[in-house]
Design a protein around this ligand. Structure first.
Ligand code: 5GP
Ligand code: MG
Ligand code: MG
Length: 207
């Protein structure tokens, strides 16, 4: 049977090789980011836009560390599909609900990797008439940058060039609910690739 259960949310999932950023470490850094952002945008009523889906957990914690008035929205843009490589093409699936025209926009992302997603997304927001766009990312994979990401001003952690999951970040839609960021065991994704089947099919019976 594929039914699994573990002790508590803190228990390391069997598919996770190592925890990179624990709940405690995340909490402390996000409190600092909240202070930095609150200072930078005081008196400006910035529009914070979480990039779905990966940033949803980070975004929820980040806005609760803010101590100035802000407005909150979400955008959805996909560049990865179910694989591990950036497609380089951005598909905007959900645009702003709040008009970004004339606003100071803070885009909140999970990971900046090649930078392709945010490069295109920032341009799109400036085209919509935003006054400014700056980016706040939990993780920065600097080593992999292929496109310039202007205004990447708020960074949680410089992340090693390794595939991570958890704290909102998925592999094939899995592991988003883990409360920490960790390395996924290579055996998990190499198995799915070698079996040549969509990864989520392996887990369908668990839903
Ligand atoms: P890029 O900057 O290459 O356009 O795309 C960044 C996006 O790729 C991230 O927001 C995230 O969705 C995905 N990504 C990049 N690195 C990783 C990783 O280590 N793990 C996971 N799960 N997604 C990643
Ligand atoms: Mg993302
Ligand atoms: Mg993804």
């Amino acid at each position: 049977s594929s039914i699994e259960r573990w002790e508590s949310p803190d228990t390391k999932h069997a598919d996770i090789e190592e925890i990179l950023y624990s709940q405690d470490v995340l909490k402390k850094r996000i409190a600092e980011l909240g202070r930095e952002l609150s200072e930078a945008y005081e008196g400006q009523l910035p529009l914070f836009a979480g990039v779905l889906t990966g940033a949803f957990v980070f975004f929820g914690d980040l806005v609760r560390a803010i101590t100035i008035p802000i407005e909150v929205d979400f955008v959805a843009a996909h560049s990865y599909g179910h694989g591990m490589e950036s497609s380089g093409k951005l598909d905007i699936k959900k645009d702003f609900r709040i008009d970004p025209k004339g606003r100071e926009v803070v885009l909140v992302e999970d990971i900046v990797d090649t930078g392709l997603t945010l490069n295109v997304l920032s341009k799109h927001i400036m085209d919509r008439g935003a006054k400014s766009v700056s980016i706040c990312t939990l993780l920065d994979k600097r080593a992999r940058r292929a496109a310039p990401v202007p205004n990447l001003k708020f960074i949680g952690f410089d992340c090693p060039d390794q595939f991570v999951v958890g704290y909102g970040i998925d592999w094939a839609e899995r592991y988003r609910y883990l409360p920490y960021v960790g390395y996924l065991r290579p055996s998990v994704y190499s198995k799915a690739i070698s079996e040549q089947e969509p990864a989520q099919d392996r887990f369908r019976e668990e839903k």
